[in-house]
Design a protein around this ligand. Sequence first.
Ligand code: AMP
Ligand code: ZN
Length: 138
Amino acid sequence: MIKDDCIFCKLANGIFDTNTVYEDEDFRVILDIEPASRGHALVLPKKHFANALEADDETLGAAMKLAARTGRALKEAFGCDGINILQNNGEAAGQTVFHLHVHVIPRWEKDTVQFEYKKNSFSDEEMKATAADIGKYM
Ligand code: AMP
Ligand code: ZN
C-alpha cells in the first residue's frame, strides 16, 4: 500500500522525518513545509491513493473527520478566526503531490492567504442542463 516513489507515503509512514501534529493507525497529520499560514496542516492517509477520486469511502470519511478535528485543534492553539479545509485533485486543479491529502489552513481576518476565481454566470436553462448532465453519472 506504500508507493515507492511517493514522498507522502514516506512521510505518512514515518520513513522520512517530519513535523507530526497527530498520528494513528491509518493517518498522520503533518505541518505543510511551505505553509499558507502558521499551523497549515496536511492530513495524510498512510495508505497510498493518488487523490480523493481514487480513494475508498471509509478513508475519505475518516480524512474529513480528522481534518475537522485538526481545524478545532488549530482554533484552540492559535485562536484563528476561520479554517479552510481544501483538497486538490489532478494537476489542472492545483495538485502537486499525488498522494491524497487534505489541507487544513488557519485563517485570520487580515491575513495574506488568497483563493481566487472569476465568478461566471449561466442562464437558468444552462444551469438545468448542467445539473442533468452531471446527475446522469451519479
Ligand atoms: P497540493 O498542491 O494540494 O498537492 O499540495 C501539496 C502540498 O504539500 C504543498 O502545500 C506543499 O507545500 C506540501 N509539501 C510538499 N512537500 C512537502 C514535505 N516534504 N513536507 C511537508 N509538506 C510538503
Ligand atoms: Zn503515497
